[in-house]
Structure formats: structure tokens, C-alpha cells
Design a protein around this ligand. Structure first.
Ligand SMILES: [Zn+2]
Length: 1269
């Protein structure tokens, strides 16, 4: 809206200033010319190449004449660093939010000076990737650039902010001989997604496996059959295509991770590389089922081994065949402090049999007695791609910490596995053996079961267990052709860091050029075999087992070998060998990348700025974001904004303009006269996605004209004070200059509001309660503290008050009161007497809150425009809701002078007056006004509202007294509740406190009922229902008093519970107990006294718990815990059951648990529940996740810390076996649990990544450990 002519004043100084500006500009030009002639100012540019680790610490310095075009700067930089111009960006490096600044335009002819470079100062720039692609090296410059190129590339460069960039990994002293750009290695990196740690290493390894990549490419995705988003093979295929063809330095893995559905970092924490492989392979097998590749994964990755027990007396052997995807190798033998020196040693140990003798003797089926036996594993078949897992992560059960073993373990580049294959002629003529598949599905490897399982199976020669579809297997069986089991290392997955965390990357040998590369997230670099050796692990010294637990180092945790077999070793498919669908995919991805690039190009030329507009009809402030190309003119931008704000039907386009605006200060900074054809990029000072200022689409009525707002002007809202009438008028806006003196400013105001300047007093309100009389005529507004948007009070009359010291003046008192008066909305109880005609109370009190004088209080009758407010407020809410702006405007006709004429002091606070004056004044106030008059603020249906203006320095007691006539009862008979934003109500009970915590437009609800006396507390009583889905149910409000016993309070509750909740309870069948958030706590005993034994506060909450029988809690030394039995064989939790203990002894707890459950004492295992009551946990996690059987003897010590009633204890029978789940059952259960736990708001707060001792995966799910027990 155009500010009205009468209240907008353009300072006279305007002309003067314009002249001065012109002179200044002229001088500047002259000065520059002179300077140019003599010595042109120079711009010092300091450029840091951030595309690369070494150069980050080196700087390129250019000292250029200020008139140098930006284009030339790029050329110079390109020459100096050896990149092709146009393949890198330069961005500001010393700005506050550099991320926000667009890169410099490498084609710009602008001079450095015009591009905001500062002569004589250091101008910092960063050289960055352009559109995610690395700078291209200038090749023709090779002779000169050779050295620099070589120096520049060292070490993997972690990106800032990436999770992996912990200091331990940054500081790794990897002296890679040369690290090459994508253009030189030819490989694309993967962006670090923070939570997916080992994913990138695995993906790059699979990509670099010719047999895997080629097979993946052969499969064709059928869009009609499946959602591409959730298809793991398809997303993998896309990723591979991008890895092969993208021009970027690194690409995202988000689409792949999305296809996994592991969306949280937690999911990634809980699974490991093996499980990731398993999921991926399962998905692929599913797809390949009907194709020639059906068994490809197994052929590539799956090996077979035999798990046997052999009686040493009769030679009878029980055995079974298992398959594996990787061989887990322990770093140190169990109980030893010496690590295995090499993987070969560890492999030998893996197949080293164990003698079962003494108490471990084995029951021989044949001998029908316990005999000494030999138990062990034998490799029957090694897969084509052999994975060795180095078990560097372990869990220390004494300290309960995850540890990392950093011991040195060497591994060869070529590994001869023929020494590990089983060539022993087993004969085992009497053996009753198993079928392969049956055993696999069983997946059971316990030695005690084995004899049973196997003896019942039909005798099948073990040879059958070996499939004959591949030549290698036959060979491996015979073990004769030794060199056919030579394996070649091609992938080393490395972990850098400690057990607590770190970084994962992979060193992979390319089968196309036999070169080793480091794939470290977005950085791919060439490395040497020496670098591989460095991953063997450090410090083979005599450091203790635990000292290395938290030590950080870089070492291999997984190795992948490929069998050397010319007949099978594949090469990567060449582009022309691609199947048709891959060619199409490549094309599609390339187009997408191009499109993305074009989009970024548009983005980088688009100014994004906040746009405001006070809708001329609706009178609401609208906010939007204007996105405009930098080359669009102001005129075009106005048209865009006009359409964006939907003003086409409202006003003509030529009644709109864009002005520079500061929404925060509500300050109209400047208008843009004569700039209609200026490009927006120039007008806004560059392309940015956020600006320090905003734009306002200003509108005018056809008969009005726009005024020009000059930069440098400030806005002043002038409130005229009438001493006689004790009123403060709504503001009028004027524009002034900071270098104006107070005298000049007075004259300006005098003209605007027609009051004499001679007697004028101006008071500046700088912030709340900071009133400053502008008393020095020659001081400038700037010196007085004026800023962009200011508020002043102006008084000019012939009174003696003028001569008084400001602090003693009537004016001061008036303003002080004005500042402290707040408007409150009071919701009265419906029963309150309706005989009161006035619904608006005016509460005035002096500054001294202790001296509330009845004389100060005036309940005013309707005066002037107030009449309508009161009338409306007196009406029912229905009418109140129809209080629309339109009505008000009709009535008042927008005459702004009217408000200044009304005589009531308080009326400035009344919506009507504020509104009709501000309508012509200022957008901001209007907006605020509209909010306050929103009928939604009066939410009562039955009740009636009261709008109260009150000095917030009075006490609650005084306030209540003043409300008495409106409520109709004595203040001791009603309660005051403050209503918060969430519609929550809290009772205000401190009668001696002032209302200073209240602010304008706060809402208050008055409820009838006995107000609390001293020493009384309002208490919310909740029922504790331990076995309900929602265990905490609100019952009622009650009053407890200091000195009362718990029994007395219970007696008082009984009738209330009956009436209000329909609960019929007898005194000894319920108890009260402490409530902390949702957690049940101390059980209160009947003789406990409030405020002596039990602390109460205002708005206290307490649990009421109905008892099944008589109260077992008789003394403070007892402890009541809530126990819950976990039944692993049924995957079920029993309901809660209370256990009352006489002491904190663990033994007693175990005895009691044994008593209630019937589990033998020695088989009881227990764990403390985690988190907020009811300590929910997924039944899939409970068996492993809780800390079962803490090694303590009392409950009140770490890690249990059970010192109060209400703790949750889970217990189980340790002989009860965990239910075996099929994949479907597991998925079903997972779904069920996640929906159940979501409902109860359960969150997993703690889940250490589980490390299993030794595991071998069978065909189905990950299975039981082989070596445990
Ligand atoms: Zn035997």
C-alpha cells in the first residue's frame, strides 16, 4: 500500500544529498582516472585449489590490476595450475556463507573491481569442481606442468564434513606415490553417505569384479514387473553404468541404499558387510532364477566345508556339509596374546581339529559310551572368488566394550589354497552320513546334535555333496593339480580408526591393467604394492590385549582373492559388447546427467529472494519466494511477482512495484526509480539463494502515486501523545536521515503532524523499557541511536510538564504505563453472573506494584470508537466471530486522523483504532493487527470473553481482585489458568508474583472452584496400568496439602474417584507412587507425609496404582521391581509382574524370579530394561541386545543402578532355546514389532553392533556360531 501523502514526508535534504552524491561520484571517477594514470590499484588474489588434497595447503597468488576482466583471471589461474579453463569454478573463500555465493562467471568481462574484488586487500578464492566434475588437466602443457601435476596429487582427501574424516584417518601417513584425477585413473568415486560406512568399499569391489559386473549387465530389468526404486539389481546396474560412464568425480549411492530399505543409520550399524552381501546376492538370485545365471552367485562366492566329529576309539564319524561365503579368521587364538602372523597361519588354525576328552568327551553312537573324539572343519571346496574375513572387531565381555585388534597379520598377493583342501582319505566306511541339502537347511552345527542328526540320515557318500557342474570342484576334490588352487588378491577392504568408529575404504587391483587403486569414497587414486603392505596391521609388539582396544590404526578387515584360471578368468565387457538394454541405460543415464547439468546452470543464474506483499484486498501480508533469472529486468520481475501474488483480478499491473525491503526491521529500504530495465542480478547485487534483504511488492490505488524511497533513509513511526487525554495515538510513518539533527527532525515531524516544533518533545523507544528523550538539538539521529526502523513518541503542548526533568514528568509516567500495559484475554466461566454490562475492564496501576490504589483504577464507559469494541465483546461469541475487517472499515471509512482524536489513553491497544490508522500507515502493523483480531483467538463457545488492559507490574492477587466483579465470586473462589500455545493450561498460584511473565494477548481461563490456600498443591492423578498399551491414564485433579499423610490423601481421593472416574476403590487396594515423566517410581507408604517425606511442587503429578491384593510394600527398605518373563522359544514376553524385594541383593531377585516363574534358580538369567517405562524392546532384539546377567551382586551398582521402585527387569530361562525363524517368519515378526513399537513411541536408544565370534553363513539366513560352546 502506498503510504498516504499526508503522513509520508520526504526529507528536504533529499536534493542536497543527491547533489552531494553526484559530486562524490565525480570525485571518485576523477580520482580513479588519476590513479590509473599514475599507478592502477592492484588486486591481490589468493587461490586455494580445494579439488585436491595437497594443493589445499598451497596457495596460488596473483596480483592483478583492478581493471583486469574476470575472464582474464580465470585464464591466468588455468595457466598457473594447469587446468583447462572452464572445467573449474572459482568461488569466494573469505565470505561468511561461501556455500551460498555463486561461483564467478568465467566468461565475464566485468573488471575485478566491479566483481567486488577489493584492491589493496587479500581476496581469497577457492578453486572447486565444476558441476561435480573434476577440473581437466591441461595436457599440452605437460612439459612445464609435469612437476606440478605430480606434486599436487597425494593422499586420499577426505571431504569436509564426511563422517570418515576423523582425525586419525586424516593423519594417516599414506604416501601414495601418485594420485590421479578421474580423467587419469578413469575411475569414478562414490560420495560418502555418512551412515553407510562399508557400502562404498563393497560396491567398488563388486564393480571391479569382471565376472560379477558382466553377469549383472546381462540381466534385463522389466519395468512392467517391478518398481525400479525397490529393485536392488536394477539400482546396482544403474550405479555400475554410472561408475563406468559418469563424467563426475564421484556419484551418489542414495538410489542403491533406498532400494535396500535400510533407511536409518541404525540399520547400517546393525548389519555388516556379510549381511549386505547376502541381501544383495539374494536379490540377484531371485532375478536370475530362470536364467542361465541361476547359480552364478554360488558358483562365484560359495564354498563348502565339512564339520565333523570322529570317535578316536572306533573311528566312527558324524559329519555334515556346510556352505560359506567367507572364511572368518581370528586374529589371535582364543586366550592367547600372540596374534597369528599371517592369514596362512590363521587358515591352518581354522582347520586344526580339537580333541574332545576328559569332561568334554563325546558320546559315540557306535561305542554307546562317551569316548575321546576329534572335532573339526575341513574345506571341501573353495569358491572362485574367495573371501577372507579378518576378525579385527571383537567384544570384550569383561569391559563390555567393542574392541579392535590391530595386530599385524600379513597376507600374500598370491595365496595357494591347495594346502588347506581336504585330501585326507576319510574312508569312514561305517559312517552314516547326511544329505547335503538337509544339513544345510538345518544349519545346526552343535556337536551334540550332530550325532543324532547324522545317524538318522541315509548313508550317502560324501562325494555327492560336491556338485560337479564346475571343473574346479572336481579338481579341488582330487587336490592333485596343485597350481589350479592359486588365488590372486584383488580387493583389500580397509578400516581406519578405532572400535568406536572410523572410516572404510578399499584397495582394489584392476584386472584390466593389473594396477592397484585406492577407492576412498569420492577419491580414486593409483597406489603401489607397498601401500597394500601397510594395511597388514601395525605394532606387532607386545602390547596387551586391552591396550589396543581403543587404539586407532589402518588395516585390512576383508580380503578377496580370485582363482587364477585362464579358462574362467573373465575380462570386463567392452562398450560394444554391451547388451542392448545396457547401451540404452548408458544413454539414459548420460542424458539425465546432462539434464542435471543444465538444471544447475539455470540454478546458478537464478536469484532467489523472499518476496512480501500486503494483499490490497485481503489486507494480509503474504510471503513467497521469487526465483528470477539474473538477466530478467526489474520490469519483468515485477510482472512475475504480480502473478505469483495472484493480483491479476485485484489491481492493474501498473499499480505495483518492487522495493527493497527488510522484513525483520519492517523497513522499506529503497525504491528503484528508473531501473525498470536493469537486470535483477545487477539490482540485487549478484546471484544468491538468500539475501540479507527482501523485496516487497508494493501496491497503490489508481489515484495514488508511488513515492521514492532513497537509500540511506530510515523509517520512523511517530506516536503522538496527548497529555490531557492521556492517550497515545497509533503511529504515523515518516522517513528521515541518520545525519539529520534533532532540530531538523522536529521540523520534519512538525510538518507531518501539524504540531509546533518549539514545544516539541521527542522520546525514542530503542527497545522495551528504554525511553530516551532527545534533548540535545544538535545531535544527529545516528548519534541518538536511530536505526532502520524506529519508534518515537512525540508531545507538543504548552504545559509546565515541559520544564520538568524527564524522569519526573507526566509524559514519562504516561509512556512508562503505556509500555507496561498488556492486553490479556480472559475466558470467564460460563456460570459467571451476566449482570455486568461492561466486558472490557481497564486496569490501571501506578509504577509501584505494591501500592495498587483503587483511585488508579478506572473502569471506563464506552468512549468514542471504543463503543463498537465493547458492544461487540458484549455480544455472544457468534457475533464476535463475525467481527470482520470489512465491517470495521465500513464503519470507520479509513480516516486515520480519527484515532488521534479519541481521548482514551488505552485505546491504542484496541484493535479497532490500531487497525484503521495503521491501514494507511504501514504494512507491518497491519499484519500484526490482523493476527490479533483473528476470531480464532476467541475460542470460547459457551464461555464469555473479557479483554483486559492491565499494568503487568501488579500482583496476581491484585489482578484477581479486579476480576472479582466479572467473575461474580470472591477471588478465593476462582482459579486462574494461563493458556499456552499448545492449549495447555497451567494454574497460576503464586499470589505475590506480578504479571510480568505475561505478555500481550496472552490468554487466561478462569475456573470456579476453591483456589489453593498456602501449603496446598494441585495434583494431577494418573492411573498406572502396567500391562496396558498406554500405561499412563489421566484420572483427575486433586488438592494435596503440606503435612497431610498419604493415607489422608487417599481417603480424600476415594469419593472423587467414584464420582469423577467411576472407580470404586477401597483404601487398602490402591497405592500412590512417584511419577517421573512416564516412569513409575517410589511407592508411597500410608504414613508418608507430604512435604516431609515426599516433596510436592505446583502442578505435581502422581501415579495411582490399583492393587490385586493387599499392599506388600511396608517399609522404605523394600524394593518393588516390575518383572517380565522373556520366552525365547515362543518369541514372547509375559505380562508385568511385581516383585517385592527385602534387599538390593541380586540373589534375592533371582530367588524371587525363580519362585514366581518356576524356573530353577540356576537357570534364571535377568537384564535391566532400557529407556522409559515400559522399556519396550523388539522381541527380535531382546535376546541379544540386553545386557543379560550383569556380573554384580547388588542391584544398586553399575551397570544396573536400581535404587528406587519401578525398575523393569526382564528374565528368562537360560536353557530355553531361541525359536528358529524362517525368513518369512522373521519378516512377519519384524513388521509386527515395528508397528507395535512405533505405536508405543519406542525408540532404540542403544544398540552396540553385535560381533559374533565365528560365523559361517548357510544358504538361508545367517546362522549359529560354529565355535561357540
Ligand atoms: Zn566310537
Amino acid at each position: 500500500m502506498v503510504p498516504g501523502e499526508e503522513n509520508q514526508l520526504v526529507p528536504k535534504e533529499d536534493v542536497f544529498w543527491r547533489c552531494r552524491q553526484n559530486i562524490f561520484d565525480e570525485m571518485k571517477k576523477k580520482f580513479l582516472q588519476i590513479e590509473n594514470a599514475a599507478e592502477e590499484p592492484r588486486v591481490l588474489c589468493i587461490i586455494q585449489d580445494t579439488t585436491n588434497s595437497k594443493t589445499v595447503n598451497e596457495r596460488i597468488t596473483l596480483n592483478l590490476p583492478a581493471s583486469t576482466p574476470v575472464r582474464k583471471l580465470f585464464e591466468d589461474v588455468a595457466n598457473k595450475v594447469g587446468y583447462i579453463n572452464g572445467t573449474f569454478d572459482l568461488v569466494w573463500g573469505n565470505g561468511i556463507n561461501t556455500a551460498d555465493m555463486p561461483p564467478l562467471d568465467h566468461t565475464s568481462d566485468k573488471s575485478l573491481l566491479d566483481a567486488n574484488f577489493e584492491p589493496g586487500k587479500k581476496n581469497f578464492l577457492h578453486l572447486t569442481d565444476k558441476d561435480g566434475e573434476q577440473p581437466q588437466i591441461l595436457l599440452e602443457d605437460s612439459s612445464a606442468g609435469e612437476d606440478s601435476v605430480h606434486d599436487r596429487f597425494i593422499g586420499p582427501l577426505p571431504r569436509e564434513g564426511s563422517v570418515g574424516s576423523t582425525s586419525d584417518y586424516v593423519s594417516q601417513s599414506y604416501s601414495y606415490s601418485s594420485i590421479l584425477n578421474k580423467s587419469e585413473t578413469g575411475y569414478v568415486g562414490l560420495v560418502n553417505q555418512a551412515m553407510t560406512c562399508y557400502l562404498n568399499s563393497l560396491l567398488q569391489t563388486l564393480f571391479m569384479t569382471p565376472e560379477f559386473r558382466n553377469a549383472l549387465y546381462k540381466w534385463e530389468f522389466e519395468e512392467s514387473e517391478e518398481d525400479p526404486v525397490t529393485s536392488i539389481p536394477y539400482q546396482l546396474q544403474r550405479l555400475f553404468v554410472l561408475l563406468q560412464t559418469s563424467k563426475k568425480r564421484a556419484i551418489e549411492t542414495t538410489d542403491v541404499t533406498r532400494s535396500f530399505g535400510w533407511d536409518s543409520s541404525e540399520a547400517w550399524q546393525q548389519h555388516d558387510v556379510q549381511e549386505l552381501c547376502r541381501v544383495m546376492f539374494d536379490a540377484l538370485e531371485q532375478k536370475w532364477k530362470q536364467t542361465e545365471q541361476a547359480d552364478l552367485i554360488n558358483e562365484l562366492y560359495q564354498g563348502k566345508l565339512k564339520d565333523y566329529v570322529r570317535c578316536l576309539e572306533c573311528g566312527y564319524e558324524g559329519w555334515r556339509i556346510d556352505t560359506y561365503l567367507d572364511i572368518p579368521l581370528v586374529i589371535r587364538p582364543y586366550g592367547s596374546s600372540q596374534a597369528f602372523a599371517s592369514v596362512e597361519e590363521a587358515l591352518h588354525a581354522f582347520i586344526q581339529p580339537e580333541i574332545l576328552d576328559g569332561p568334554n568327551q563325546y558320546f559315540c553312537e557306535r561305542c554307546k559310551k562317551k569316548c575321546d573324539a576329534r572335532k573339526g572343519l575341513r574345506f571341501l571346496h573353495f569358491p572362485y572368488l574367495l573371501t577372507l574375513q579378518l576378525k579385527r572387531f571383537d567384544f570384550d565381555y569383561t569391559t563390555m566394550h567393542r574392541i579392535k585388534l590391530n595386530d599385524r597379520m600379513t597376507f600374500p598377493e598370491e595365496l595357494d589354497m591347495s594346502t588347506f583342501i581336504d585330501v585326507e582319505d576319510e574312508k569312514s566306511p561305517q559312517t552314516e552320513s547326511c544329505t547335503d541339502s538337509g544339513a544345510e537347511n538345518e544349519g545346526s552345527c552343535h556337536s551334540d546334535q550332530m550325532s543324532n542328526d547324522f545317524s538318522n540320515d541315509d548313508g550317502v557318500d560324501e562325494g555327492i555333496c560336491l556338485e560337479t557342474n564346475s571343473g574346479t570342484e572336481k579338481i579341488s576334490k582330487s587336490g592333485l593339480e596343485k597350481n589350479s588352487l592359486i588365488y590372486e588378491l584383488f580387493s583389500v577392504m580397509v578400516h581406519s580408526g578405532s572400535a568406536a568408529g572410523g572410516h572404510y575404504y578399499a584397495c582394489i587391483k584392476s584386472f584390466s591393467d593389473e594396477q592397484w587403486y585406492s577407492f576412498n569414497d569420492q577419491h580414486v587414486s593409483r597406489i603401489t604394492q607397498d601401500d597394500i603392505k601397510k594395511t597388514h596391521g601395525g605394532s606387532s609388539g607386545s602390547r596387551g590385549y586391552y591396550s589396543s582396544a581403543f587404539a586407532s590404526s589402518t588395516n585390512a578387515y576383508m580380503l578377496i582373492y580370485r582363482l587364477k584360471d585362464p579358462a574362467r578368468n573373465a575380462k570386463f565387457l567392452e562398450v560394444d559388447e554391451y547388451p542392448e538394454h545396457i547401451k540404452n541405460l548408458v544413454q539414459k543415464e548420460r542424458e539425465l546427467e546432462e539434464q542435471e547439468k543444465r538444471q544447475r546452470e539455470i540454478e546458478r543464474n537464478t536469484c532467489k529472494i523472499k518476496l512480501f506483499c500486503l494483499h490490497p484486498a485481503k489486507q494480509v501480508m503474504m510471503e513467497n519466494k521469487l526465483e528470477v533469472h539474473k538477466d530478467k529486468t526489474l520490469k519483468e520481475a515485477v510482472e512475475m511477482a504480480y502473478k505469483m501474488m495472484d493480483l491479476e483480478e485485484v489491481i492493474p499491473l501498473d499499480c505495483c512495484r518492487l522495493v527493497k525491503y527488510d522484513e525483520f526491521h519492517d523497513y522499506l529500504e529503497r525504491s528503484y526509480e528508473g531501473e525498470e530495465d536493469t537486470p535483477m542480478g545487477l539490482l540485487l547485487g549478484g546471484v544468491k539463494s538468500t539475501y540479507m534483504f527482501d523485496l516487497l511488492l508494493e501496491t497503490r490505488k489508481p489515484d495514488q502515486v508511488f513515492q521514492s524511497y532513497k537509500p540511506g533513509e530510515v523509517m520512523v513511526k511517530v506516536h503522538v501523545v496527548d497529555l490531557k487525554a492521556e492517550s497515545v495515538a497509533a503511529p504515523i510513518t515518516v522517513r528521515a536521515y541518520l545525519n539529520q539533527t534533532v532540530t531538523e527532525f522536529k521540523q520534519l515531524i512538525s510538518k507531518a503532524i501539524h504540531l509546533p516544533a518549539e514545544t516539541m518533545r521527542i522520546v525514542l523507544e530503542r527497545c522495551y523499557n528504554d525511553l530516551r528523550l532527545l534533548s540535545v538539538p544538535s545531535k544527529t539521529l545516528k548519534a541518538e541511536g536511530f536505526f532502520r526502523s524506529n519508534k518515537v513518541f512525540v508531545e507538543s503542548s504548552e504545559t509546565l510538564d515541559y520544564q520538568m526533568a524527564f524522569a519526573d514528568s507526566h509524559l514519562w509516567k504516561l509512556l512508562d504505563r503505556h509500555a507496561n500495559t498488556i492486553r490479556l484475554f480472559v475466558l470467564l466461566p460460563e456460570q459467571s453472573p451476566g449482570s455486568y454490562s461492561k466486558r472490557t475492564a481497564y486496569q490501571k496501576a501506578g509504577g509501584d506494584s505494591g501500592n495498587v490504589d483503587d483511585d488508579c483504577e478506572r473502569v471506563k464507559g464506552p468512549v468514542g470508537s471504543l463503543k463498537s469494541v465493547e458492544a461487540i465483546l458484549e455480544e455472544s461469541t457468534e457475533k464476535l466471530k463475525s467481527l470482520s475487517l470489512q465491517q470495521q472499515q465500513d464503519g470507520d471509512n479509513g480516516d486515520s486522523s480519527k484515532s488521534t482524536e479519541t481521548s482514551d489513553f488505552e485505546n491504542i491497544e484496541s484493535p479497532l483504532n490500531e487497525r484503521d490508522s495503521s491501514a494507511s500507515v504501514d504494512n507491518r502493523e497491519l499484519e500484526q493487527h490482523i493476527q490479533t483480531s483473528d476470531p480464532e483467538n476467541f475460542q470460547s463457545e459457551e464461555r464469555s470473553d473479557l479483554m483486559v488492559h492491565v499494568d503487568k507490574r501488579i500482583t496476581l492477587a491484585a489482578f484477581k481482585q479486579h476480576l472479582e466483579p466479572f467473575v461474580g465470586v470472591l477471588s478465593s473462589h476462582f482459579k486462574v489458568f494461563r493458556v499456552y500455545a499448545s492449549n495447555q493450561e497451567f494454574e497460576s498460584v503464586r499470589l505475590n508474583e506480578t504479571l510480568s511473565s505475561f505478555s500481550d494477548d496472552n490468554k487466561i481461563t478462569i475456573r470456579l472452584g476453591r483456589a489453593l490456600k498456602k501449603g496446598e498443591y494441585r495434583v494431577k492423578v494418573y492411573q498406572l496400568l502396567v500391562n496396558e498399551q498406554e500405561p499412563c491414564k489421566f484420572l483427575l485433579d486433586a488438592v494435596f496439602a503440606k503435612g497431610m499423610t498419604v493415607r489422608q490423601s487417599k481417603e480424600e481421593l476415594i469419593p472423587q474417584l467414584r464420582e469423577q472416574c467411576g472407580l470404586e476403590l477401597s483404601i487398602d487396594r490402591f497405592r500412590l507412587r512417584k511419577k517421573t515423566w512416564k516412569n513409575p517410581g517410589t511407592v508411597f507408604l500410608d504414613y508418608h507425609i507430604y512435604e516431609e517425606d515426599i516433596n510436592i511442587s505446583s502442578n505435581w503429578e502422581v501415579f495411582l496404582e490399583v492393587l490385586d491384593g493387599v499392599e506388600k510394600m511396608k517399609s522404605m527398605s523394600q524394593l518393588a521391581v516390575l518383572s517380565r518373563r522373556w520366552k525365547p522359544s515362543e518369541m514372547k514376553l509375559d505380562p508385568f509382574q511385581e516383585v517385592v524385594l527385602e534387599s538390593s541383593s541380586v540373589d534375592e531377585l533371582r530367588e524371587k524370579l525363580s519362585e514366581i516363574s518356576g524356573i530353577p534358580l540356576e537357570d534364571i538369567e535377568f537384564a535391566k530394561g532400557r529407556g522409559t517405562f515400559p522399556c519396550d524392546i523388539s522381541v527380535l532384539d531382546i535376546h541379544q541386545d540386553l545386557d543379560w546377567n550383569p556380573k554384580v551382586s547388588t542391584l544398586n551398582v553399575w551397570p544396573l543402578y536400581i535404587c528406587d521402585d519401578g525398575a523393569v527387569i526382564f528374565y528368562r530361562d537360560k536353557t530355553e532355546e531361541l525359536m528358529e525363524l524362517t525368513d518369512e517368519q522373521r519378516n512377519e515378526l519384524m513388521k509386527k514389532e515395528s508397528s507395535r513399537l512405533q505405536k508405543t513411541g519406542h525408540r532404540i536408544t542403544y544398540s552396540p553392533r553385535k560381533e559374533k565370534a565365528l560365523k559361517i553363513y548357510l544358504d538361508g539366513a545367517p546362522n549359529k556360531d560354529l565355535t561357540q560352546d
